[in-house]
Design a protein around this ligand. Structure first.
Ligand code: URA
Length: 476
């Protein structure tokens, strides 16, 4: 057995170096082993022939991308699985396209778990405020399902640029200070503060936005798995809120639309006063834009929405994807495309070999337009006036991000981006010059795909959707 020692549980470079040397030396997967150890940086066994010069083999980018995700999984055999794939790629160059292959399927499943863990981290990190010698800092304790801290920290950096924050986890810690993101050693729960004013705020906020009429305990536990509850201040309220839900449902039917809670109201009025409606106010960062959207009164849609949902993604993304408006789940989570349409979009992006992390994903309209129907909130298409009112925010996002290509999903998105009504089917698939150096590419909305009843027709339309996204990648 040949053993390689890696520098850490997520030491991708170490694994890559060792796996390359193993393969060049003809070490079969059965004879190759990897372990994590102090000072590990590559090969342990001295008897391996040294690698000289350029490596005489290459692997598809899809494999490298997948491997970088899989290595973050907690499964102990992930290094071996990846080496088996690497070895097999030597004689099966198209292996990564065979999603039914046992090893490929296992790796894809793990990558999916990792992506889900990262998504849950974005949704469930809760900061608590502490005071240290240099001022206020927000600290969160979080236990991710997989080792996604470093992968996910840039999201918090973009989201909370103006805050000083630390996220402590059992795998390591991340801190954002003076414009620099730094990673440190593992932490324990007792290193993070447990209660503060923000905690009360979350509880009040959650209780006021919790809609008993939409309570589906199973779905809720799927989206907010129990493993995360212990670190969520608002989770302490769930049993009681669930127990009281039928009583509250009846009361809600009769009650007028709720006002935002006092603290939120104060934030909103401060934002109003500070800048949101000042003549000539132009947000200079995505954070500022996000805050100002929470105070937007350009159209009435804010009244029934939980919050405004702004775009997310890299500040300098080359590709922007514009949807219609947040749906029910996006409205609650505060993030775009995290519900069923988001899952269709994610899968199509993956097939088109576009990393969602590289894309700025947003909507033409920032508040969820809906109407109550029994226990549900039914999506309503925003009208032209609402899309025009919100176009101001979309244009501000475009100015800040400056994408080269904008993919519009459905007619509302096309209206928001082009400023005119278009027949998507007629103008689909060709780059439309937007006059600012960017090109728009029109395609259908993923929820349209979800509504096609016939399986064959749905598969055909989905292929066209993936082809449109692939074309967008080519345009970049
Ligand atoms: N549909 C959209 O258009 N946008 C979202 O964010 C979610 C669903």
């Amino acid at each position: 057995m040949q053993v390689a020692v890696l520098g850490g549980e997520t030491d991708f470079d170490g694994w890559r170096k060792a796996a390359r040397a193993f393969r060049l030396a003809g070490v079969t997967p059965e004879r190759a082993a990897f372990r994590v150890g102090a000072g590990g940086d590559g090969l342990f066994d001295e008897s391996l022939p040294a690698v000289t010069g350029e490596a005489p083999f290459s692997v598809p980018k899809a494999f490298v991308d997948l491997a970088q995700e899989v290595i973050l999984h907690r499964a102990g055999d992930r290094f071996d699985l990846l080496y088996r794939l690497l070895w097999r790629l030597g004689t099966e160059p198209d292996l990564m396209k065979v999603s039914t292959d046992v090893d490929v399927a296992a790796a894809l499943e793990r990558a999916k778990n990792v992506s889900r863990a990262s998504h849950k981290m974005k949704a469930f990190v809760r900061f608590r405020q502490v005071e240290d010698e240099t001022g206020e800092r927000c600290v969160a304790w979080f236990e991710p399902a997989h080792r996604v801290l470093e992968r996910t920290a840039p999201f918090f950096m973009r989201r909370f640029t103006s805050m000083r924050w630390s996220i402590l986890t059992p795998d390591g810690s991340a801190s954002w200070e003076d414009g620099a993101l730094a990673f440190g050693p593992p932490a324990t729960r007792d290193m993070a503060p447990s209660e503060d004013e923000i905690e009360e705020f979350w509880k009040t906020y959650y209780a006021s936005t919790f809609n008993p009429a939409r309570l589906k305990t199973r779905t809720m536990q799927g989206e907010m798995p129990r493993r995360y509850w212990k670190n969520l201040p608002e989770a302490a309220l769930i049993p009681e809120l669930v127990a009281r839900s039928s009583v509250r449902t009846e009361a809600m039917v009769a009650a007028p639309a709720p006002e935002p809670n006092a603290r939120l109201a104060r934030t909103l009025s401060r934002l109003n006063r500070d800048h949101a409606f000042e003549e000539g106010f132009v947000p200079s960062t995505l954070d500022e834009l996000d805050q100002a959207v929470q105070a937007c009164r350009r159209c009435p849609l804010w009244r029934d929405a939980t919050q405004g949902v702004c775009g997310e993604g890299p500040r300098k993304a080359k590709l922007m994807i514009v949807g219609e408006q947040p749906g029910d789940q996006e409205d609650l989570a505060g993030h775009p495309f995290v519900g069923p349409a988001g899952r269709v979009l994610d899968a199509a992006l993956e097939e088109a070999r576009i990393d969602r992390e590289d894309v700025f994903v947003t909507n033409a309209v920032k508040h969820f337009k809906h109407e109550p129907r029994g226990k549900r909130r039914l999506h309503k298409t925003p009208n032209t006036a609402e899309v025009s009112a919100c176009r101001w925010w979309l244009n501000a996002e475009r100015r800040l991000v400056r994408p080269r290509v904008i993919v519009t999903l459905g007619a509302t998105a096309a209206l928001g981006v082009l400023g005119r009504k278009v027949a998507v089917t007629k103008e689909r698939g060709r780059g439309i010059d937007l006059g600012d150096g960017a090109k728009a590419l029109l395609t259908v909305h993923p929820s349209y795909l979800l509504r096609i009843p016939d399986a064959a027709a749905r598969a055909g339309e989905r292929d066209r959707f993936v082809a449109d996204l692939t074309q967008a990648r080519a345009l970049l």
